[in-house]
Every structure is written in structure tokens, then in C-alpha cells.
Design a protein around this ligand. Structure first.
Ligand code: SF4
Ligand code: SF4
Length: 248
């Protein structure tokens, strides 16, 4: 559906009568369609401020609703319900109940950042999608989504070792999301890599998978990152008015 056709009229609020005659005129079916009045009582006046307080959401106030983000979006191309422009509109209007109707697809942003490059107002829509998914989770509207679980597995490894080892991240992600370790697409990918990459590099990758190398002298950096992450998490919860552990 083109974005300008996106409607705030909910299907359940459209009423028609199969058989209706008024003053002798047959207005059965769609001729008698009317829209139930809708009173919005669920404005969340804090929503834009809360999402702006989370990493990535800072510039949501700049949006002028041009729609370039949605038009360039990778996920929108395969699922027209994935609509960053529309969600930014809902957040800015404080229409929380409307936003919650899409709570199970917002996390599907693949962070390709096409929207970020298309945005004429430097809103960073990719960041807003991440902040919104984070907001939904912190507020208890959704359970932890796969993208968040992947981010955690990735960051924990980097924080711990100072290095990225893709195989270990994938393995950890599959374990946490209870997926089988051997999947057809993964086997095909590994086979493809094995047939194309130089032997020396393949050996290095294999050794890295077995021995988990660490960046030399990473201890102090790890401690500093751990402290920052703790502070950041506390700040995020505080911005949303949520209980902060150890704050009493
Ligand atoms: S980063 Fe997310 S919202 Fe932006 S274009 Fe890519 S999938 Fe769409
Ligand atoms: S491209 Fe930027 S300004 Fe345009 S609707 Fe998307 S976020 Fe708003």
C-alpha cells in the first residue's frame, strides 16, 4: 500500500448494513457505510521525549514527514506495513495505542541505513527504529526480540574480548533463540566460503573459533566499557520513569 493511502480508520470502526431502506431508498451494503466516532483518550504526551532520550532517537523532533525513509526502506519493499515515517508520526503525536498495533514488526529493521542516507532532515530514522524497539521492550510491551538478542550477543563478545568472531556470535545467537546450530543456509554459506577463501585465512578463522583470541591489554578497556554500559542502562530506565536497580 502506498504510504499516502495508510489510513487511521480501523476496519472494525467501519459499519455497513446488509439491508437498509431509508425513506424508501435502498441503501443496503456499502451505500450505508459509516464510521463509528472515535475518541482518542490514550495520548502519551511523554512518548516522543522518552524515545528521544534513548540512543538513536535524539533527532526524531526534526521529522517533517516527507516519507523518503519509508520509500527507500529495504523492509518496506517486502512488507508495506513496515513504515518508519508513519511510526515517527505516531510517536510525535503521542498515539501510543496505534503504535502498539505494530509492536511486533518494528524490531524487523535490518539496520541497512538506506533511510538515514535518504532523510533530508538528519533524523536518523534507523536510530529511531532501534530506539522505538528498545522503548517497547523496556516498557514491557514486547518480549526481547531476535534483533535485540543478536545485538546483545555481538556486543557482549566485543566487550569481553575486544574482537569480533562471527562464528561465535552466530552460535551464541542460535543458542539464545533456541535455533538449531546447523541450518541449511548456514551450511551453504560455509561451503561457499570454504571453496573461495585462501587456505591460510580459513585456518586462521578455524583457530579463532577454537581459541577465542582477545585483544592484548583489553582489561582496562573492558572495565571502562562495563561501567559505561551500566550507566547507560540506568539512564535509559530513568528517562522512561522505570525502576533503576540500586537507586534506592
Ligand atoms: S535501516 Fe531499517 S528503517 Fe531504515 S531503511 Fe533499513 S530497514 Fe528500513
Ligand atoms: S526521511 Fe526523515 S524527514 Fe522524511 S519522513 Fe523520514 S524521518 Fe521524517
Amino acid at each position: 500500500m502506498p504510504i499516502h493511502e495508510k489510513s487511521l480508520i480501523r476496519p472494525e470502526n467501519l459499519v455497513t448494513h446488509d439491508e437498509l431502506v431509508i425513506d424508501g431508498v435502498d441503501v443496503s451494503g456499502h451505500w450505508s457505510t459509516f464510521i463509528r466516532p472515535r475518541v482518542i483518550t490514550d495520548y502519551n504526551e511523554q512518548m516522543q521525549e522518552e524515545i528521544a532520550a534513548l540512543p538513536g532517537g535524539e533527532f526524531i523532533h526534526r521529522c517533517w514527514q516527507c516519507g523518503s525513509c519509508t520509500n527507500s526502506c529495504t523492509v518496506n519493499a517486502v512488507n508495506s506495513d513496515f513504515n518508519p515515517r508513519y511510526w515517527i508520526y505516531l510517536i510525535r503525536m503521542g498515539l501510543e495505542e496505534e503504535l502498539l498495533r505494530d509492536k511486533d514488526i518494528i524490531w524487523q529493521c535490518v539496520s541497512c541505513n538506506k533511510c538515514t542516507y535518504a532523510c533530508p532532515r538528519d533524523v536518523n530514522p534507523e536510530g529511531v527504529m532501534k530506539a522505538t524497539a528498545h522503548w517497547l521492550e523496556l516498557k514491557g510491551h514486547t518480549e526481547k526480540k531476535p534483533s535485540m538478542i543478536f545485538d546483545e550477543a555481538f556486543s557482549e563478545q566485543v566487550f569481553d574480548t575486544g574482537k569480533i568472531e562471527d562464528g561465535a556470535v552466530l552460535r551464541e545467537f542460535f543458542v539464545r533463540t533456541k535455533q538449531p546450530l546447523f541450518q541449511d543456509w548456514l551450511i551453504a554459506l560455509v561451503r561457499g566460503l570454504a571453496s573461495r577463501l585462501p587456505v591460510g585465512l580459513l585456518m586462521k578463522l578455524g583457530l579463532a573459533t577454537l581459541f577465542h583470541p582477545r585483544t592484548h591489554g583489553w582489561g582496562r578497556a573492558r572495565a571502562a566499557i562495563a561501567e559505561y554500559v551500566k550507566e547507560r542502562k540506568a539512564a535509559d530506565r530513568q528517562a522512561l520513569g522505570l525502576h533503576v536497580q540500586g537507586a534506592e
